[in-house]
Design a protein around this ligand. Structure first.
Ligand SMILES: Nc1ncnc2c1ncn2[C@@H]1O[C@H](COP(=O)(O)OP(=O)(O)OP(=O)(O)O)[C@@H](O)[C@H]1O
Ligand SMILES: O=C(O)c1ccc[n+]([C@@H]2O[C@H](COP(=O)([O-])O)[C@@H](O)[C@H]2O)c1
Length: 195
């Protein structure tokens, strides 16, 4: 069975923290591929600043040079609120020959008990959790069905977030070295996040 990591995110915009998390998860969980899945409407946060096609395009630009990374537009095609349990069920149906690993940062790990139909989701994927700077990586407070289903993987802590990048752009500041150059060019060409 091909071992497939799923890196879900709003990617508004995608940044080096996402890429390093995906690469660290690939290595730690011995994944054959990692699929990046931009959310359509994120379940637990405000509407994205950039539209879905722009976020997908930036993901494609960011991962173009990695042979094991690809973009998956399932949530954008499905529309509506992007609940992970629905996404994983659809992917499992279309790809019965693959085993799936859902990749999250520690901020998301602590939020897992609040996800829609989380027990059903936990029966269908393993979670790979990457340490996010400033976030508690202690899984002991989680219920056993989650705690026992999480692989914690090391990653050099990176204090980059999409929120901070959008703030910088609004203030006319540099985002060089926080996102891939191709993403920075795309943002500049399309005037994203300027106001
Ligand atoms: N710097 C980082 N280090 C490790 N994991 C990260 C990092 N940034 C994001 N992630 C993880 O990537 C996934 C998608 O994150 P998301 O697209 O919401 O980015 P974000 O930077 O948290 O965005 P925002 O600032 O808009 O909330 C989540 O599982 C999140 O925990
Ligand atoms: O399914 C849920 O209930 C759920 C709740 C919160 C977040 N998620 C998923 O977790 C991923 C990261 O979320 P976010 O908000 O940090 O972009 C993204 O793929 C979301 O769809 C999923």
């Amino acid at each position: 069975m091909a071992r497939t990591g799923l890196m879900g995110g709003t990617f508004d915009p995608i940044h080096l923290g996402h890429l390093l998390a995906a690469e660290a998860a690939r290595e730690a969980a011995d994944l054959d591929e990692v699929w990046f899945i931009p959310t359509n409407v994120p379940p637990h946060k405000a509407q994205p600043g950039a539209d879905a096609q722009a976020r997908l395009e930036m993901v494609k630009l960011a991962i173009a040079d990695h042979p094991a990374f690809r973009a998956e537009d399932a949530e954008l095609v499905r529309g509506g609120v992007s609940y992970t349990v629905d996404t994983v069920a659809a992917l499992r149906e279309h790809h019965p020959d693959r085993s799936f690993y859902w990749i999250v940062g520690t901020d998301m790990m602590n939020d897992l008990p609040n996800w829609r139909r989380i027990e059903e989701l936990a029966a269908q994927v393993r979670f790979v959790c990457l340490r996010r700077q400033g976030e508690d990586s202690e899984a002991s407070a989680l219920p056993a069905y989650l705690r026992d289903n999480i692989l914690q993987a090391p990653m050099p802590p990176i204090g980059i977030s999409s929120t901070a990048i959008r703030d910088r752009l609004r203030e006319g500041r540099s985002i060089r070295y926080q996102v891939p150059d191709a993403v920075r060019d795309y943002i500049g060409r399309n005037g994203l996040y300027e106001s």
